[in-house]
Design a protein around this ligand. Structure first.
Ligand code: ZN
Length: 264
């Protein structure tokens, strides 16, 4: 299995290995062909995988990954020496000075569905993997959603719980007062009930505006993830526009997304 793996481009000697091209401020010849993408020095390769339900697939609903496929996907990461890192670590690697391990992958889960606790969490524990669970605070404890006790247990076992707003609203269409409430209240209630610091948000449906970003910054959120596909990340890109890879119930597309052979 050939993978791009991950390296910070700290010297031109790495450029050849990585088939990257140096930044415009330090122009060097491309080592690849004309179709090779041009990346700046600040680019890193670190797929952020986005899951929703981990449960038996209903019809062809793309938001379900069956538990046996999920187990195979985690086993594949383990067998192929990928390093599952936390979103915090990813953030420090991209926007700070922390050197990330080779082949970094981030696991994220949206919506706080109970099947994530039942079917994903035990498998992740088995492999020693961490993950970020973006929960809709108004739904916590509701039918089909995780309870506060489940979330507490996951925090204790090294999982990160972050915000997916209070009501899963379309943030691009929301006014200032509503946006502020959705972002502030979800953060506050998670912090109070779980004894954590909430630093990250996933935009419901990937929807946001410049107003959303302005309020996120004011409230002390460090990052927000979108549903735009890319395995590459640049520190030139706003931390409130971080792309992720949607994962479905299929091993072949999973391997393609993780290795970078598949873009979308
Ligand atoms: Zn969602």
């Amino acid at each position: 299995m050939v993978s791009m793996g991950f390296y910070k481009l700290v010297s031109t000697s790495l450029v050849g290995i990585m088939t990257y091209v140096a930044s415009m401020s330090h122009p060097i010849a491309s080592v690849g062909g004309i179709n090779d993408p041009v990346y700046k020095e600040s680019m890193i390769y670190a797929p952020i995988l986005m899951y929703h339900h981990v449960a038996p697939k209903i019809g062809d609903n793309p938001y379900y990954v069956s538990p046996d496929i999920f187990e195979q996907q985690m086993a594949w990461l383990d067998e192929h020496d990928y390093n599952v890192i936390s979103l915090d670590q990813f953030y420090r690697g991209l926007y700070g000075n922390e050197l990330l391990p080779a082949r970094p992958v981030v696991l994220t889960f949206d919506d706080g569905d109970r099947d994530q606790y039942t079917n994903a969490f035990p498998v992740m524990k088995k492999y020693g993997f961490t993950g970020t669970f973006y929960v809709i605070t108004n739904d916590i404890g509701g039918r089909g959603f995780m309870t506060w006790d489940m979330l507490k247990e996951m925090v204790k076992d090294g999982m990160s719980i972050e915000s997916h707003t209070v009501h899963h609203i379309n943030l691009a269409g929301a006014g200032e007062a509503e946006t502020r409430l959705e972002l502030a209240k979800s953060k506050k209630v998670l912090e109070e009930k779980l004894g954590i610091t909430v630093k990250h948000l996933a935009y419901p449906g990937g929807s946001y505006s410049n107003l959303t970003i302005k309020i996120l910054e004011e409230l002390g959120y460090l990052s927000a993830t979108t549903v735009r596909h890319s395995q590459y990340h640049s520190s030139d890109l706003s931390p409130y526009k971080i792309p992720r890879m949607h994962i479905d119930s299929d091993m072949e597309s999973f391997v393609g997304f993780v290795t970078g052979r598949r873009k979308d």
